[in-house]
Design a protein around this ligand. Structure first.
Ligand SMILES: Cc1cc2nc3c(=O)[nH]c(=O)nc-3n(C[C@H](O)[C@H](O)[C@H](O)COP(=O)(O)OP(=O)(O)OC[C@H]3O[C@@H](n4cnc5c(N)ncnc54)[C@H](O)[C@@H]3O)c2cc1C
Length: 559
């Protein structure tokens, strides 16, 4: 398994938390947020000799600590609990160096990755353009070869990059540009002639990060700045790292979502209304706390499972890209909903800046936009899994459902039964979409993507609860909850997922005229609607248990 040992990881996370306590207390965060300013010196210090946070992300061969995907996710979650803007400043260096890590020549890796480790170099990742966002293939920035004696000795880069994190502060930027052989990454230093940046954007959130447009006007680079030394590899180098870069943004969703929710939980224990603390009012906890805890932990199940799978590979590049998309989608959407609920949970106080949930809500919003929007995640999940549905003649999710039924028999109450219902319903929905040719309708394709994320989230959550019951959770994973609470949370989420998948199937397949009136009862039967409705039994009792575990004074489970 790749990565740090458990003790080293926990030590590193503790150092990050201690550093933040000293350097980024709430008043500093609120002040920088109000002034819309990146705390540059603090971010530099985080990558300096005192803390060396960047080392966690870098291979040992280049002076880093060799963190694996699980270490990186835990680090990103810890950073996001501090501030998603500051976390973005670190992420940008990691993203900026990713094309080199995935596709650089040995000399490029040695030179640039070592400099990040030794000098704490800040980097930026220059992919997006004004006209090329989700559709990167539409990029217009050009790389024109400079030839001497018929040999390419360099390139001149021209164009514009938009929304670049660290754009105004990075010493080195990787730029995606169209060379004659196709899109390619180039390494550009800040002081290169013709290279500039614009004023930082005035953003809705992550105001402690620097985001700026970049301008390139015939910027000269030597041939050894072409990543990998071969033109046309840029898009595949970008896609190759999606498995773990999307996990990083997923971890931001988890960190920010839980930070907001924990603030709401603490508040609910102190705030007395109508004679009792809000924590004792199920109308409050079961709406504003419990479902969000369940959604965040379902997302975590996918994040951890994917991280463990990536860490088991010698070369993680190019793997688990769909799983990374599911993790990002679930965690970022759950993080936004949790932070929004936290504002509500604080009432009028939540609507002011002082209690931080308002800032967290603005900050976490970025996670459904950058590193691929939620709609792009839905599309890539749907397309990826559609191929599996076709290849297995519709059996892919039925097979998985049977595995979950077996798991439920082994670990009763782990949420496996509801996950199986969700997966069977999903298989039926996909097959109906195929026979009715409904995936041609983009909205149906994307809604299927959403349903796939919910069903796979439920499956991963049941596996996680089953593993917890058997004492087999990854040692370095999150250990906040007891196996009993984890199983209860899984049952809460998985009931919701089964209902959402069946509801989505009915809505979009009937809505797309894929189910004739006369066929409807049989279709509902195939979806397992009655079983899904029956499986809701016990929901309130489970929610009571989660509310007690989270909100009761003595019973709160903390990490
Ligand atoms: C604060 C911030 C920091 C960022 N940092 C970086 C960075 O460091 N480096 C970098 O390269 N980029 C960065 N980005 C850019 C970010 O990755 C893009 O904003 C994102 O990929 C979306 O691209 P876009 O803004 O052009 O929106 P568009 O792609 O135009 O999308 C607009 C809307 O249309 C939807 N949409 C797009 N295509 C389709 C489709 N085919 N079908 C259906 N719906 C579709 C999207 O989901 C979205 O809802 C950053 C952005 C922000 C706001």
């Amino acid at each position: 398994m790749a990565g740090l040992d458990h003790e080293s990881l926990e030590l590193a996370l503790d150092s990050i938390r201690d550093f933040a306590k000293q350097n980024l207390p709430p008043e500093v965060l609120l002040d920088h947020d109000a002034r819309d300013e990146m705390p540059l010196e603090i971010v530099r210090a985080m990558c300096g000799p005192e803390l060396g946070a960047q080392l966690l992300f870098l291979p040992e061969a280049y002076g880093g600590m060799g963190g694996g995907a699980l270490d990186v996710y835990r680090t990103c979650e810890t950073l996001a609990r501090i501030d998603v803007g500051v976390a973005t400043g670190l992420l940008a260096t990691f993203l900026g160096s990713d094309p080199i890590r995935a596709g650089g020549t040995p000399e490029q890796k040695q030179r640039w990755l070592s400099r990040i480790a030794d000098e704490g170099l800040l980097m930026a990742y220059g992919a997006t353009e004004p006209e090329a966002g989700s559709d990167l293939a539409a990029l217009r920035t050009t790389a024109t070869p400079v030839e001497e004696d018929g040999r390419v000795v360099g390139y001149k880069l021209s164009g514009r990059k938009q929304w670049i994190s660290n754009g105004g502060v990075a010493e080195v930027v990787t730029i995606l540009a169209n060379a004659p052989g196709g899109p390619s990454w180039f390494i550009v230093e800040r002081d290169a002639p013709g290279f500039g940046h614009e004023r930082p954007e005035d953003k809705h959130g992550i105001r402690l990060s620097n985001t700026a447009a970049l301008t390139l006007d015939d910027v000269p680079v030597d041939a050894d700045r072409l990543v990998g030394g071969v033109e046309g590899q840029g898009l595949s180098q970008a896609v190759a790292v999606f498995g773990y870069t999307r996990l990083m943004v997923a971890a931001f969703g988890l960190g920010a979502g839980w930070d907001a929710l924990d603030r709401a939980i603490d508040y609910s224990r102190e705030r007395v209304q109508a004679g009792a603390p809000l924590a004792e009012k199920p109308g409050y906890t079961h709406k504003l706390i419990v479902p969000h805890a369940a959604r965040l932990e379902a997302a975590r199940a996918v994040v951890e499972e994917t991280a463990v799978a990536l860490d088991a590979l010698d070369e993680p590049e190019g793997h688990y890209i769909v799983e990374g998309a599911i993790a990002k989608y679930l965690a970022s959407e759950a993080g936004c909903l949790a932070a929004d609920a936290a504002i509500q949970a604080f009432g009028g106080y939540g609507y002011t800046r002082e209690y931080l949930v308002e800032k967290i809500r603005r900050d976490v919003r970025i996670t459904t936009i950058y590193e691929g929007t939620s709609e792009i995640m839905e599309m890539s999940v749907s397309r990826g899994r559609w191929q599996q549905h076709l290849k297995t003649r519709g059996q892919h999710y039925h097979d998985q459902a049977r595995e979950l039924e077996a798991l439920e028999a082994e670990a009763p109450g782990c949420g496996g039964a509801c996950a199986a219902l969700a997966l069977h319903a999903l298989a039926v929905a996909l097959e109906r979409a195929r026979t009715a040719r409904l995936t041609r309708h983009q909205h149906v394709l994307l809604r299927l993507g959403e349903m796939i994320c919910q069903a796979e989230g439920a499956a991963a959550f049941a596996r996680r609860a089953g593993a917890a019951a058997a004492g087999r959770l990854p040692e370095k994973g999150d250990a906040r909850f007891t196996p009993e609470t984890l199983a209860t949370l899984a049952r809460v989420f998985n009931r919701e997922a089964a209902l959402a998948v069946a509801g989505g199937a009915l809505r979009w397949l009937s809505g797309g005229d894929g189910v004739a009136d006369a066929e409807l009862p049989a279709f509902e039967n195939e979806l397992g609607l009655t079983a899904i409705h029956r499986s809701q039994a016990g929901l309130l009792t489970d929610m009571d248990r989660v509310a007690h575990a989270l909100c009761a004074d003595a019973g709160r489970e903390t990490s």
